[in-house]
Design a protein around this ligand. Structure first.
Ligand code: PMT
Length: 420
C-alpha cells in the first residue's frame, strides 16, 4: 500500500504567513488545488495568481473555491486592481511560491521579464520567491534551463525539486513537480532555515545623528533598510536577534528586539550593553566617524561669515567588538566608492574581523537609501559575490553565507587539540 506522504515529511507551521501561489501552464497544475488546501491546513492565507496558460489546465473557479479568495490572472484588470493591485499583492506576500513553474516561466524570471501578472509580482515582491519546476525531462536537462535555474539560485530564489520518475508525456526522468506535501514542508522551512537556531545575533543599522546644536546635526543617507533586512533574515534563520538602530523611519522588524539610539556614542554603549553571549555581530550601521567636539546648548546664530566646527573621532564599534575576548564572529560592512577590494581588505585586517561585506556606493541605485543592493564578501579564505537584488533577499543570502562561515570556524576551533 502506498504510504501517506504527510507521514514522511516534517510539517512546520505557516500560521499568519501570506502566500501568493503562482500557477503556470503545465499538467502538474492539477495538483495546485491540493497544494492550496495543504498550505491552508498549515495555517497560511493563500491568494492564487494564474497565468493564461494555467487556466487551460485548471479553472480559476476551482482555485477560488479552495483558496477562499478571488483569483488574479490579468496584469491590467481594472476590477482586480481596484480590489488589490498587483503591487499591493506583491507587498502583501511573505512568499511567492510558483508551482508548477514551467520552463518558460523560469526563463522569463531568469531574465527579469515582467510581461504578465505573475512575473511582474515575482519581480516586485520583497518576500521570498520559490519555484517548484515541472516539465518534460529533456526540457529540464536542457543547458538553457539549467543555466536559468543557476541564475535564479544566485539571485536568492529557492528551487523546490523537481522529482524524477514517470512523466505525463510518457518519458521517465527528472522534471516532475514535487508532491504538494513536500512543497508545503519546504515552504515552512523558508521561514526558519534553522541555520542559526539557538544562536544570538546582534545587528547595527541605520545612520547616527551627531548633535551640533538643538536643531542641527551630522548624519548620512543610510535608511536602515539593509540592516533591518539582515536582522529579519537572521531571525528567519532561527537566531535570537537584537537590532541596535540609529534614527530611521522604518518599523521595528518582527521577532527582533529593537533598540533605538541616536549618536555613535549611544550606539557604542548599547552594543556593549547587549554583547555578552552574542555569537555573531553584524555592523551594518553607517556610523559617523566624527562628532562635534561639543554640542551647542542653544541654536547657533548666523552672525559670523564663517563657522568652524571642531570634530573629534568616534570610537569604532566594530573594531571594539572584534577586540573582545571571547569575540563573536564579527561581520563588517564597507561602503566604498573606489578600490573596493583594497579598502575592504584593509578593514578586514585593521579591524580583525571575520568577514567584510562591501557595497559600491558610487552607484546611485544601490547602497544608501535604495531598495536593492549588491555585495562582495571577502574573508581570509577568499571572496564571493552576491548579485544585485532586493535588500531582503540579499540579506537572506548573506545570512546563509555568514552561517556557513560561522559553523566552519566553530568546527575548526572544536577540532583543534586542547593546549596543555
Ligand atoms: O541603510 P541603507 O540605506 O539600507 O544603506 C545600507 C548601507 C549602504 C549603509 C550599508 O550597506 C553599509 O554599507 N553600511 C556600512 C556603512 C559604513 O559606515 O561603512 P564604513 O566603511 O564607514 O564602516 C565600516 C564598518 O565599520 C561598518 O560595518 C560600520 O558599521 C563600522 N563602523 C564604522 C565607524 C565606527 N565608528 N564604528 C563602526 O562600527
Amino acid at each position: 500500500m502506498r504510504q501517506t506522504p504527510s507521514k514522511l515529511y516534517h510539517m512546520g507551521t505557516l500560521t499568519n504567513k501570506r502566500i501568493v501561489l503562482g500557477i503556470t501552464g503545465g499538467i502538474a497544475a492539477y495538483k495546485s488545488a491540493e497544494l492550496v488546501r495543504r498550505l491552508r491546513d498549515a495555517g497560511a492565507d493563500v491568494r492564487v495568481v494564474m497565468t493564461q496558460a494555467a487556466t487551460e489546465f485548471i479553472t480559476p473557479l476551482t482555485m477560488q473555491a479552495v483558496s477562499g479568495n478571488p483569483v488574479h490572472s490579468h496584469l491590467l484588470d481594472a476590477d482586480a486592481e481596484s480590489g488589490m493591485s498587483h503591487i499591493e499583492l506583491a507587498r502583501w506576500a511573505d512568499t511567492a511560491l510558483v508551482a508548477p513553474a514551467s520552463a518558460n516561466f523560469i526563463a522569463k524570471m531568469a531574465h527579469g521579464r515582467a510581461d504578465d501578472l505573475l512575473s511582474t509580482l515575482c519581480l516586485a515582491t520583497e518576500g521570498q520567491v520559490a519555484l517548484a519546476p515541472a516539465m518534460n525531462q529533456q526540457m529540464w536537462l536542457n543547458l538553457a534551463t539549467q543555466e536559468n535555474v543557476g541564475t535564479l539560485k544566485r539571485h536568492g530564489i529557492r528551487i523546490f525539486g523537481p522529482a524524477a520518475g514517470a512523466q505525463a508525456c510518457g518519458e521517465t526522468g527528472p522534471g516532475r513537480m514535487l508532491e504538494p506535501v513536500e512543497i508545503v514542508s519546504l515552504t515552512t522551512q523558508l521561514f526558519s532555515t534553522g541555520t542559526l537556531a539557538g544562536l544570538r545575533v546582534l545587528v547595527t543599522a541605520g545612520p547616527t545623528w551627531e548633535v551640533i546644536d538643538p536643531v542641527r546635526g551630522i548624519t548620512n543617507r543610510s535608511s536602515g533598510r539593509m540592516g533591518y533586512a539582515v536582522a529579519e533574515a537572521a531571525a528567519e534563520a532561527g537566531a535570537k536577534v537584537t537590532l541596535v538602530s540609529g534614527p530611521t523611519a522604518l518599523d521595528a522588524p518582527q521577532r527582533v528586539t529593537t533598540i533605538r539610539v541616536s549618536s555613535a556614542l549611544e550606539m557604542f554603549d548599547s552594543v556593549h550593553a547587549h554583547i555578552e553571549g552574542v555569537d555573531i555581530f553584524i555592523g551594518v550601521a553607517a556610523v559617523s566617524d566624527y562628532r562635534p567636539a561639543s554640542a551647542a546648548s542653544q541654536k547657533i546664530k548666523k552672525h559670523a561669515d564663517t563657522l568652524t566646527l571642531e570634530l573629534v573621532k568616534n570610537p569604532d564599534i566594530l573594531k571594539s567588538v572584534a577586540a573582545l575576548s571571547p569575540a563573536p564572529f564579527t561581520v563588517g560592512f564597507a561602503a566604498e566608492t573606489e578600490n573596493l577590494e583594497t579598502h575592504a581588505r584593509e578593514k578586514l585586517i585593521d579591524k580583525h574581523i571575520d568577514l567584510v561585506a562591501i557595497n559600491d556606493v558610487s552607484e546611485t541605485d544601490i547602497g544608501f537609501d535604495t531598495e536593492d543592493n549588491r555585495l562582495l564578501l571577502i574573508d581570509r579564505h577568499g571572496k564571493s559575490e552576491l548579485p544585485r537584488q532586493h535588500k531582503s533577499q540579499l540579506a537572506r543570502a548573506l545570512i546563509q553565507y555568514v552561517a556557513e562561515r560561522y559553523h566552519a570556524k566553530r568546527a575548526a576551533q572544536d577540532s583543534r587539540p586542547a593546549r596543555r
